[in-house]
Ligand binder design. Structure first.
Ligand SMILES: Nc1ncnc2c1ncn2[C@@H]1O[C@H](COP(=O)(O)OP(=O)(O)OP(=O)(O)O)[C@@H](O)[C@H]1O
Ligand SMILES: [Mg+2]
Length: 245
């Protein structure tokens, strides 16, 4: 465990009518305690999960466009608006790690190809070949299997984006090995009920204007998915019902 606490530092002269303080969960954040090796951020679209994850990546000096400390490449809109307003409390400070952003993974893959022109050995960390020559899901899993290792903090924004249900389970196994056998910490923003089912993790919900701990079974992700799978026919009838006049 490395990162223990995230605190919002407002000095009083910030423009709270502007992003990122227009996001209720962020505006109301005081402190977030991280007590487990695996922490999930859940919440509706637009509830502020990526904003906070990016700010943590920024403070860790990981590239906010994705990657670790040594991965310098730029994409539009990659700077963090919140990074200057949070404080991270460490014990001890992690310098290794990786920030995964699904939307700029293509640029990350091109950046690795660029580095490999000087040193093909770099592909060893990525399954032996260009990430562009692997499918979306294969390249994610390759990254987790080969690039991720001990003594590191991993910040992952919707890692399930590319993964089939079977590969999501394989990913749970990778998280398990990296946290049990090596010293790693994960903070993961996700919409996946499979990933959220990881045992002994804390889940923080960003819904209802605050960030608070919730149980797996109390997340919308669990409840809606379970209800849908258990009652698909009834659910669909209800969903497609004509509006009554
Ligand atoms: N650079 C920006 N400038 C202005 N507003 C922004 C910016 N980035 C995000 N927002 C707004 O902040 C809110 C939170 O965005 P954020 O990306 O953190 O949500 P999220 O919880 O990650 O959502 P999702 O589940 O869809 O990924 C959204 O309403 C979004 O439109
Ligand atoms: Mg997001």
């Amino acid at each position: 465990m490395f990162l223990k606490r995230i605190s919002l530092l407002l000095k009083g002269h910030e423009d709270v009518s502007k992003y990122p303080f227009t996001i209720a969960s962020i505006k109301n954040l005081k402190e977030l305690q991280l007590e487990k090796r695996v922490t999930f951020f859940v919440g509706e679209n637009g509830s502020g999960k990526s904003t906070l994850l990016e700010a943590i990546a920024d403070k860790c000096e990981f590239n906010t466009a994705g990657g670790g400390r040594n991965n310098l490449f730029e994409v539009d809109q990659a700077e963090s608006a919140l990074g200057d307003f949070i404080r991270l409390s460490w014990m001890p400070k992690a310098t290794n790690g990786f920030f995964l952003r699904a939307e700029s993974f293509y640029q990350f893959a091109s950046h690795i190809d660029e580095l490999a022109r000087q040193d093909r050995g770099i592909y060893d960390q990525y399954g032996g070949k260009s990430l562009h020559h692997q499918s979306h899901g294969e390249s994610f899993l390759t990254l987790f299997q080969h690039r991720f290792n001990g003594d590191a903090l991993y910040l992952l924004d919707e890692p399930e984006a590319a993964l089939s249900p079977a590969r999501q389970l394989a990913f749970l196994r990778i998280i398990h090995d990296l946290t049990e056998k090596e010293d790693c910490q994960f903070i993961i923003a996700t919409h996946s009920p499979i990933l959220l089912g990881y045992p002994d993790a804390d889940i923080y919900s960003f819904d209802d204007g605050e960030i608070r701990k919730v149980a797996f079974e109390d997340t919308d992700h669990f409840q809606i998915t379970k209800y849908f799978l258990d009652n698909r026919d009834r659910f669909l009838v209800e969903l497609f019902k004509e509006d009554e006049v």
